[in-house]
Each structure stands twice: as C-alpha cells, then as structure tokens.
Ligand binder design. Structure first.
Ligand code: BEZ
Ligand code: FE
Length: 253
C-alpha cells in the first residue's frame, strides 16, 4: 500500500531525528529535557514564536508551489486577521511617534500587467519596535494594522511611520535557545503585507529597508536582499516605493 503524505513526511522526520540522536549521542535525560523545553515554550505563549523563529523561513523557502512573483516571507506570530480597511490609506495615527513614511507602488502580474482590486493587508512594528495587541496594551488596539486596495492601474498608497528594527521576544524559551546557539534576536525593520486577489495566489511577504544592518543576520533568517528598498526624501518627507508581483493561481500546475 502506498504511504500517505503524512506517513511519508513523519517517517522521514523520525529518521532524521534518529540520525541526530546517534550523531550527538543524545541521552534519555536530554530527550526528556527537550520535551520539557517545547512544553515550556507552549505554556508561556511562545508556540507560534518558537516554530516561526526557527522553522518557518525554511518552509517558505522550499514551498514548491511558489515559482514566480515577489519573494514570499514568513507570516510570523504577530498577524491579526479581520483588520479594517483604512481611510485614504492612512495607517498611522496623526500623533503616532516616529518618522512619517509614504509607501506606494504597483501590483502587477507576472506579465507586468497591473492588477486592480488586490486587497493589501499590512501590519508592522511601531517606531519603538512594538506590535499592537502583543505589547501588553501599551499601544492602541489595531495600531499600525489595516487594509488598502490597489486601484484599476494597480497603484496603491499607504501612509504610515517607519517601523523600527526590533528584537523578537527573547526573555523566554525561544530567546534562551537563540542565545544558546550564539544567535542574536534582532530583526531588520520591515513592513508585513499579505496580497489577496481571487485570480492570483495569495502572497505573504515583507518589505525591508536598504542598508539595514540586520538584513544579513536576521534572527529568523527570513530577510531577503531583493525585498529591500531605498528610502527617498522630498524635503523632509520619506517615501518608499516597490512593486508586488502576483503569481497566477494556475501556474502551480
Ligand atoms: C515577525 O516578523 O513578525 C516575526 C517573524 C518570525 C518570528 C518572530 C517575529
Ligand atoms: Fe515582524
């Protein structure tokens, strides 16, 4: 009988763990400690963080259904669904601390044709590196989150503030493991966006800033140089411009 997909992957995973146990002469005490570690991470609310920090970038990079368009990136643990559409593309409050930033560009398909009616669902850290809802209520609910839509010519516009570089939560089990492995917990500054349209594959990506010192050493090993763009200035006003390219739904075969 042919093995199910779950059975094939689980068998390979178990074989890989077995190999590691042999290679490192893992003891039974260490085996129990590993289980306790994962349990502690889950009990302390780091279930998504632990897996997203160490594994999600590998899964995204090896996804065989992703063959064209803008590079995909990790979703991460700080996404919230069902955020509202923004009025005139304004995502930052008038008094939001930080450098005001105008974000614009076009949504295109792989033939470089503009795609209108694309829902762009943005979220980001604030100028102090905090995500609303995950910061113990310091920032208002839904802060620096919201949706816009590309117009008939594919154009989109968002007004926000420049997000800060931030450390992923590093005082719990995930941070402990990162430290043990000699890795820091900094992520380069970024905007998260999910692009949705019924005729195209949903794109989950992140936009970075050229010259960011953590592009090469992202704590979660996701950042990609082709997603880093330069800030431009018109007098004091900072702008960031980039296109998003969507993959046809049927190109996955
Ligand atoms: C993030 O960019 O929000 C993120 C991604 C993976 C792990 C932690 C945070
Ligand atoms: Fe993030």
């Amino acid at each position: 009988m042919e093995k199910s997909r779950v059975a094939s992957i689980a068998s390979d995973l178990i074989d890989a763990v077995q190999e590691i146990c042999i290679k490192h002469a893992v003891t039974h005490t260490e085996y129990r400690a590993a289980i306790d570690f994962v349990s502690r991470a889950i009990d302390s609310g780091e279930r998504s963080l632990l897996f997203d920090a160490f594994l999600e970038a590998n899964v995204v990079a090896s996804d065989p259904t992703k063959i064209s368009g803008t590079t995909s990136q990790v979703l991460g643990p700080f996404y919230l669904p069902d955020m509202p559409f923004l009025k005139d593309g304004v995502m930052a409050r008038k008094n939001e601390p930080g450098e005001r930033l105008r974000v614009s560009g076009k949504v295109l398909n792989t033939k470089s044709e503009p795609v209108g009616g694309v829902e762009l669902d943005f979220w980001q850290a604030d100028a102090s590196g905090r995500y609303s809802h995950f910061d113990g209520g310091v920032t208002p609910e839904k802060n620096l989150r919201g949706k816009i839509e590309s117009d008939d010519t594919g154009d989109f516009f968002l007004e926000t503030v420049k997000p800060a570089q931030y450390t992923i939560p590093d005082r719990g089990p995930t941070g402990l493991l990162l430290k043990e492995m000699g890795r820091h917990s900094w992520r380069p500054a970024h905007l998260h966006v999910i692009a949705r349209h019924s005729d195209y594959s949903t794109l989950t990506t992140q936009i970075y800033f050229k010259g960011d010192e953590y592009l090469e050493s992202d704590a979660v090993r996701a950042a990609s140089a082709d997603l880093a763009f330069s800030l431009t200035y018109d007098r004091d006003l900072a702008s960031l411009s980039f296109n998003l390219v969507l993959q046809d739904i049927d190109s996955t075969g």
